[in-house]
Design a protein around this ligand. Sequence first.
Ligand code: SAM
Length: 371
Amino acid sequence: MNVSYQLFLVIPPGLEDLALKEIELKCPVSPIQVHKGGLELKADLSWIIKAHTQLKIPTRILMRLSTFKTRDFPKLYQKFVSFKWNDYLSHPEPEWEISCSKSRLMHTGRIEETVKKALTEAMRKQPLGKDWEKKHHSPQTFYIRIVDDDLTLSLDLSGEPLYKRGLQKIKGEAPIRENFAAAFAFEILHDLKTEVTLVDPMCGSGTLLTEGLTFYRPLHLRKFSFEEAPFFKGKLIKLESLDRSLPVTKALGFDINGELLAKVVKELDAKLPITLKNQDSLVKKLTTDESVILCNPPYGERIQIQGKRGSFLKEAWEKFMQEDRPLRFGWVLPSDMDDLFSKAPGYHLKTKRHLKNGGMAVTFWIWERES
Ligand SMILES: C[S@@+](CC[C@H](N)C(=O)[O-])C[C@H]1O[C@@H](n2cnc3c(N)ncnc32)[C@H](O)[C@@H]1O
């Protein structure tokens, strides 16, 4: 029988419903509990592999290892000494991420000291093999969370966050995170009845386009932390292809930064149907194809824009909606600009979601052309 593990998928707050839909479409499992910032579920190792290679919205996946009440350091020490580390540990000096609230144990520095001592003692009793040295394993990260004196110990299965796909290294000055880009592309495209050209008029490194085109493509271009863990040892990751794609035939990206585009083009997977053009998108018509426009424009923070950001964005919005007239238009903007963009002639607001991007409150809008 396959061992079932208790898992927690870390999701950017505001994208939980899309992450849930993504699981239903790619690797269904039930039940799933939805929390702010995460999804909790039970699944086996083959699901963990699928999730890491197929899901594009989660930030990382944690495995819950133990939960117990703890109110004092001796009990904490004892619990960590007797824990079966050999089932999970792949490096003798893991990293610890500790958080506490409403508990008697609140001093994270002392908690870390105690668990490190306990781990050293545990290693004396159940020594770790030498694989970690021979195979140059990286230290894992364990999460300790204490709330109301209940401690949860979890192991990070992913390592580097999952939005680091290993697909594209060249980035512009304010690139959008791959998992946000994947969620936005998925939301704007997944329920379309016709195939479209996906257009990003301010594409920078083209993340929204590549994520849209590869949403259903499994990837294993980097290592995941669980591949070095004892419970995985000796197994291989096989990519299972998914028999579907988002309804996009090709992608078109425009940007005024020609230097960046030249570098991005060199690195792009030649098999992806993407064309990038150095062009001011406020001046020329973008395409004559039936299109969906998706972008994250500059907000005037990291990337300078001419004049006031409000008037620049208003001009861009009017040009895209009145001249380019895509089937759908989606963009992400700081939420303090919500009032500027509420009514678009000939379009209705399809969805509007609030989330945080790099600590900033933003709104992801989707408008749909009225027939
Ligand atoms: C926030 S960045 C986009 C980042 C992109 N989504 C990525 O992941 O790399 C905004 C981009 O808009 C471009 N831009 C600004 N004004 C433009 C214009 N009028 N026409 C085309 N591109 C423009 C900037 O050069 C910059 O690359």
